[in-house]
Ligand binder design. Structure first.
Ligand SMILES: Nc1ncnc2c1ncn2[C@@H]1O[C@H](COP(=O)(O)OP(=O)(O)OP(=O)(O)O)[C@@H](O)[C@H]1O
Length: 333
């Protein structure tokens, strides 16, 4: 099994090495001392919890429902609980992307996110991620706190590399390309809209949405007039299933598809996020609304509608198509 070092966090995996200088290992893993894994343990999750996790006893293991893609489990130990997700068929790259995203958000010290501890391969194939277990309270809570803390995260984490992320990750189970680019409009046109449009064309043989969508993607410029766009750290998949509150009522965000992008792109899933007036008011107090925000709302939703079309089929096609047609009319292209 190859060993990947991500700055000072270490993930055992078969993936090539990637680096992210901001990452820190929760248990003071010594980055100068490579982790040598002679043979893969039969149960690497248990092994990690009982070694680097510092537990001496696992008191209980229980399944957690709610996720669609992975199996989620709670491990209760004498040093507290751990949250573990496993995937029986996909290698560790998906969880590495999740861990890098969680860690980047965690490091901002703004909104609460579970701290990632470990990613690795399973001996039977597949992969796992171990992270901090968070005791949840109500699933709906203070919207102002959510808006303010999300904006604080956007404000705190800026990228010097431009728009993109350290690794490609997934949005749902669709690949999300995060190759760094210096221009946001080009990034969004190519890696967000362009990628999904190509997928729809290949998957469904849908030249209409492809051609009209590409025409829109080539003509986005006027929608960004007089806007200063900084690469902010985005959760990337912020809908109600990925937001909750801890038992103290603090907002928590989970299961990210992080990248550095235009902050407004964070609202692309707002059609199933339940953001209300209090949320936006608090958000804009920290990250002021920019000119043309309302005109760009649908554009950012389009990416996610296209992704839903690609993931779940034709039920989402008409939403995507009508957004594209409206913009083509508005922009006269
Ligand atoms: N750190 C955590 N601590 C406690 N419970 C968690 C934690 N992270 C997630 N959960 C719970 O576990 C469930 C499954 O997690 P998650 O949604 O991340 O799974 P997934 O299969 O990767 O996601 P999805 O299929 O929704 O994309 C969630 O509904 C959530 O309630």
């Amino acid at each position: 099994m190859a060993v990947t070092h991500l700055g000072s966090i270490s993930f055992s995996s078969s993936m090539p090495s990637i680096s992210s200088p901001s990452l820190k290992h929760p248990f003071n893993f010594n980055k100068n001392k490579p982790l040598i894994v002679a043979a893969m343990s039969d149960d690497p999750v248990r092994e990690w919890i009982l070694s680097e996790g510092k537990a001496t006893q696992i008191k209980g293991i229980s399944p957690i429902g709610g996720g669609c893609i992975n199996r989620a489990t709670r491990y209760d130990t004498d040093v507290g609980s751990f949250f573990v997700k496993t995937n029986r068929s996909i290698g560790p790259s998906m969880f590495e992307g999740e861990a890098l995203g969680l860690n980047a958000m965690y490091e901002t010290g703004s909104i609460r996110v579970p701290k990632p501890y470990k990613v690795g391969s399973l001996p039977t194939g597949g992969s796992y991620i171990i992270m901090e277990f968070i005791e949840f309270g109500a699933s709906r809570g203070n919207q102002s706190a959510l808006g303010r803390k999300l904006a604080e995260m956007h404000k705190a984490a800026k990228s010097e590399k431009g728009f993109g992320f350290h690794v490609d990750n997934t949005i749902g189970s669709t690949p999300q390309i995060n190759t760094w680019m210096s221009d946001w409009v080009e990034f969004f046109a190519e890696h967000r809209l362009g990628y999904q449009l190509k997928m729809a064309h290949e998957q469904y043989g849908d030249p209409t949405i492809y051609e009209r969508g590409q025409r829109l993607a080539r003509n986005l410029g006027p929608l960004f007039k007089n806007v200063v766009i900084e690469p902010c750290l985005l959760h990337g998949d912020l809908w109600s299933g990925n937001m909750t509150y801890d038992k103290n009522g603090e907002p928590v965000i989970l299961d990210p598809a992080c990248y550095y992008g235009h902050n407004e792109a964070e609202f692309g899933m707002s059609w199933c996020a339940g953001f209300g007036g209090d949320f936006y008011k608090a958000y804009f107090e920290v990250m002021p609304e920019q000119p043309g925000f309302e005109e760009r709302r649908d554009l950012y939703m389009l990416y996610h509608y296209l992704n839903h079309y690609n993931l779940f089929g034709s039920g989402y096609r008409s939403s995507a198509m009508s957004i594209i047609d409206d913009y083509l009319r508005m922009l006269s292209v």
